[in-house]
Design a protein around this ligand. Structure first.
Ligand code: NDP
Length: 250
């Protein structure tokens, strides 16, 4: 039997050019899925990631889209259909932070985070659902965060967006279960990427103390869980939140 469990499947990874999204794109490609890498700023990284996926023997493309903009998302899915013929797997990974304690948190920074993290995922799920319902198959994996479950000082906006992701995941899972479309969320803990590299050393050390596994997570740890949820083995799992956090949020 082939070990390419996603052979013939077509996957879209938002923010797939770097960090966790890149690791997910590479693992899905390694399992045989054709890949569309979405990015908003870093075109060069997107092209590099697409090239690295192609080197694994699949078709891979990249496409600019600001996922918070409806017209961009429509174009992204049109490109996906044109280049790959449809979408079987959607990974809503793109996300931003604009951290500040509540009293210093501006309404603009609140809106920016909600618009990208929550509205962006909503717009992509809406486009994907249309195609997936028709073909009676789909896997949607939304990237939430441990912060949605535990809260985090200085991240009222981010936590709200990631908790919103969980609510959307469970609601859409109920809407689409009968169409053979699963919708699940991952709640990563503290993962080594550009997003967490900005944190001061003292904050990192304190975070590390709260991780029973005793190490910071790697993007590949999250990607392995995304691959599982996208795989045939996870066909009977929907509406779930899987924590990938070294035991941080038990
Ligand atoms: P990075 O900051 O390394 O990457 C963020 C990605 O999102 C980039 O690819 C970026 O694209 C993309 N992106 C941002 N805004 C948009 C937009 N409007 N439209 C399209 N793409 C966009 O973050 P991580 O890899 O660390 O995080 C990935 C996901 O995992 C995020 O949703 C994050 O919230 C979540 N997460 C991360 C954790 C961590 O510890 N790192 C923990 C828990 C959850 P570009 O490069 O082109 O700007």
């Amino acid at each position: 039997m082939s070990d390419k469990i996603l052979s013939g499947k077509r996957a879209l990874v938002t923010g797939g050019n770097r960090g966790i999204g890149r690791a997910i794109a590479l693992q899905l490609a390694g399992a045989g899925a054709d890949i569309m890498i979405n990015y908003v700023g870093s075109e060069q990284e997107a092209e590099q990631t697409a090239a690295d996926c192609s080197a694994l023997g699949v078709r891979a493309f990249c496409c600019y889209a600001d996922i918070s903009r409806e017209e961009d998302v429509a174009k992204l899915f049109a490109e996906m259909v044109e280049k790959l013929g449809g979408v079987d797997i959607l990974v809503n990974n793109a996300g931003i932070t604009r951290d500040a304690l509540l009293l210093r948190l501006s309404p603009e920074d609140f809106d920016a985070v909600l618009t990208t993290n929550l509205r962006g995922a909503f717009l992509c799920m809406k486009q994907a659902s249309r195609l997936m319902m028709k073909q009676r198959f789909g896997r949607i994996v939304n990237i939430s965060s441990v912060v949605a479950l535990r809260g985090n000082a200085g991240q009222v906006n981010y936590a709200a967006s990631k908790a919103g992701i969980i609510g959307m995941t469970k609601s859409l899972a109920k809407e689409l279960a009968s169409r053979n479309v699963t919708v699940n969320a991952l709640a990563p803990g503290f993962i080594e990427t550009a997003m967490t590299a900005e944190l001061p050393e003292a904050v990192r050390a304190k975070m590390l103390e709260s991780i029973p596994a005793g190490r910071i997570g790697q993007p590949e740890d999250v990607a392995a869980a995304a691959l599982f949820l996208a795989s045939p083995q996870a066909a009977y799992i929907t509406g779930q939140v899987l924590r990938v956090d070294g035991g941080m949020a038990m």
